[in-house]
Design a protein around this ligand. Structure first.
Ligand SMILES: [Zn+2]
Ligand SMILES: [Zn+2]
Length: 629
């Protein structure tokens, strides 16, 4: 008998002792980081939610309760009962079964009506069908990526069950070492923006945080160093957020044979899939090569374990993980690792926005304990001060109105994820007299945002719940094919066009630019960072003529349109916000590591934080290893 099995036996015994005698337990299993209790008395747990809380508190573990399989009515039969008994006025959109969890998910427009007073109606139905009902709000905009992922995971439920069992056994294995140390090896993303990857190691465990690409170059993280191999020595991978400089090479790990879990929030999973698929698509269209196939993206998805913000989760015998809101893009997380028995706490910020935005609450920094901090430094330089958001909105409005008044069109290039939705809400507030066209992946990304209102700012969440969803405003119109795009370009009336890519290095924006740039009535507005070497940066610097190659022919296009840059919409903290992020913590970490920024920015931020807080600060190079404990 292995040690994980022994622990399971002990847990079973303890759970029986803790629960009332008449609650029948059929089985107890490790499933990923959770302890799952199978019972014939699901209703007891539905009636008394304090039972699960009590168990979680006593055992200090994540607890899930599922109905024993013997209770489950066949799905077709259960479906009939559900259709008959659920109140019509709750607006049921979809019903589906999550076989590996014994759950039936009911998507309703009005979940409150469905659940009934004190949850009575749904509980009654649960007794009849055996399945555990989970009523969720139907997403206001359909998202094909979410539907595809859900379908895929349903098809993979057999695999998932085995996989989660295996992961559970590994997490709850017996600790072998009595040593206590902690180090982090920088595999990428130091003194640069791109290819983020940090390997956390203890005598017992290895955890990889992020595995990104350098967008626009071939450079990949240093995955071949001895610390990393063999890949199956890694216990867990954690993804902070979906942007490619953090997620772009996760599939490569699976190509190389990694078979373990990848932890992230649910919206990060969906956004990541969207961005990775698009990355393969765009790169191959441009004749580039990506070192993995779309089947490896599916591998990432079926190995993903999703966590909510604030859930403390065992990911190894000596590491507990908690994700917190990073305020940067949908689902973006700050990674808090609790090492050993309260020995040490290290936080990786990922990318953070420490300011209220339309979309998100500011990045979380209220940690109970934090000894070390690894912080992003994108805008860490002394000159990196951004104007207040209000000013940015005011300027945006001025420039757009000026253009409309002279009968011109406005092009706003933006990243599909994050900036676009922030700008959409700003545009919606302005009550413009023209149509705002959305082209590229923006609409799909917006759909994913509205599917997860609980990850959005309080204000926006309330609006969506009260059916005042600003994304559904009639000023927005989706452009979904080439003909429509032509129509938008040729239309006489002024309009605003929000489109990808953000730095003009591909995507529909180029088509608009080619046709609209020569006319001085039109305006191009940059709202995001333009990296060196991109077309966006060249136009920003004032180039008056650019070249397009269409079907092998080179075409020169004059840039006569007005070109404006409006700062203040960034999803990153500026220098002052980064410093305030540390200043506002309950306790100042005793070691701060500055990464994710050009060399000068990382050094500048490290020096500013050292002067201000008198703690050790470091701006490491790639391949350095820092010992923390
Ligand atoms: Zn990012
Ligand atoms: Zn980043």
């Amino acid at each position: 008998m292995t040690t994980a099995d022994e622990r399971l036996q002990l847990l079973k015994k303890r759970i029986r002792e803790l629960l009332p005698k008449d609650v029948r337990i059929t089985d107890v299993q490790f499933e990923g980081p959770s302890i799952v209790i199978y019972t014939e008395d699901t209703h007891r747990f539905l009636d008394d939610s304090s039972l699960v809380r009590m168990l979680a508190k006593e055992l200090k573990k994540r607890i899930s309760v599922r109905p024993s399989s013997s209770l489950l009515k066949p799905p077709e039969e259960a479906m009939k009962i559900l259709r008959k008994e659920l109140p019509e006025e709750s607006g049921i959109k979809d019903i589906y079964f999550n076989i590996d969890r014994g759950e039936v998910i009911i998507e309703a427009e009005k979940p409150g009506v469905c659940i009934g007073k004190q949850g009575v109606s749904v509980k009654e139905i649960a007794k009849k069908i055996g399945w555990k009902p989970l009523v969720i709000r139907a997403p206001p905009i359909r998202s094909s990526i979410i539907e595809n992922i859900r379908r895929y995971l349903r098809d993979e439920s057999e695999f998932r069950r085995e996989f989660l069992k295996k992961v559970g056994k590994r997490i709850f294995r017996k600790k072998l070492s009595t040593d206590n140390w902690l180090r982090v090896t920088m595999l990428g993303g130091c003194r640069e923006v791109g290819r983020n990857a940090f390997l956390v190691s203890t005598p017992e465990t290895k955890v990889l945080i992020d595995c990104g690409v350098s967008v626009g170059s071939e450079m990949i993280p240093y995955l071949y160093v001895p610390e990393v191999s063999p890949l199956d020595s890694i216990d867990a991978v954690i993804l902070t957020h979906a942007h490619l400089d953090h997620s772009g090479l996760l599939p490569l790990l699976f190509q190389y044979g990694y078979e373990g879990p990848v932890y992230m929030t649910q919206p990060t999973r969906d956004m990541m899939a969207l961005l990775l698929l698009d990355y393969i698509d765009v790169t191959s269209r441009d004749g580039g090569r990506i070192p993995y196939k779309s089947s490896h993206i599916r591998d990432v998805i079926r190995h993903t374990i999703t966590l909510k913000y604030g859930e403390v989760t065992d990911i190894a015998p000596d590491i507990k993980l908690t994700l917190y809101n990073a305020g940067h893009i949908l689902g973006s997380s700050i990674v808090h690792l609790h090492i050993g028995n309260g020995a040490y706490n290290i936080v990786f910020t990922g990318d953070i926005k420490y300011e209220h935005t339309f979309l998100f609450e500011p990045a979380f920094n209220g940690f109970q304990r934090i000894e070390a901090l690894v912080i992003e430094s994108t805008y860490g330089g002394p000159e990196d001060i951004q104007p207040p958001r209000k000013d940015a909105e005011k300027r945006l409005k001025e420039v757009i109105e000026r253009t409309i008044n002279r009968g011109g069109k406005v092009i706003i290039p933006a990243f599909a994820v994050g900036r676009s939705q922030e700008v959409m809400i700003a545009l919606e507030h302005m009550k413009l007299p023209v149509t705002v066209y959305l082209d590229g992946m923006i609409w799909e990304a917006t759909a994913v945002h509205t599917a997860y209102p609980e990850y959005l700012s309080r204000d926006l969440k309330e609006k969506i719940y009260q059916e005042q969803n600003p994304f559904l405003s009639e000023i927005f119109e989706q452009v979904d094919d080439v003909d429509k795009r032509r129509e938008v370009i040729e239309e006489k009336e002024p309009s605003v066009i929000l489109t990808t890519s953000g730095m003009l290095n591909g995507g529909p924006v180029l088509e608009y630019l080619r046709s609209l740039a020569p006319d001085e009535k039109n305006t191009l507005i940059f709202v995001g960072y333009q990296a060196e070497g991109t077309l966006g940066r060249r136009i920003q610097k004032g180039w008056k003529e650019i070249q397009f190659s269409t079907a092998g022919k080179i075409e020169n296009v004059k840039i006569n349109m007005e070109v404006e840059t409006i700062d203040g919409f960034s999803g990153h903290s500026d220098r002052n916000q980064l410093i305030s992020y540390v200043a506002d913590m309950r306790t100042t970490p005793s070691k701060i590591v500055c990464v994710h920024g050009e060399g000068t920015k990382c050094i500048a931020l490290a020096s500013a934080l050292h002067k201000r807080f008198s703690v050790e600060t470091i701006a490491p190079h790639n391949l350095e290893t820092i010992r923390f404990l």
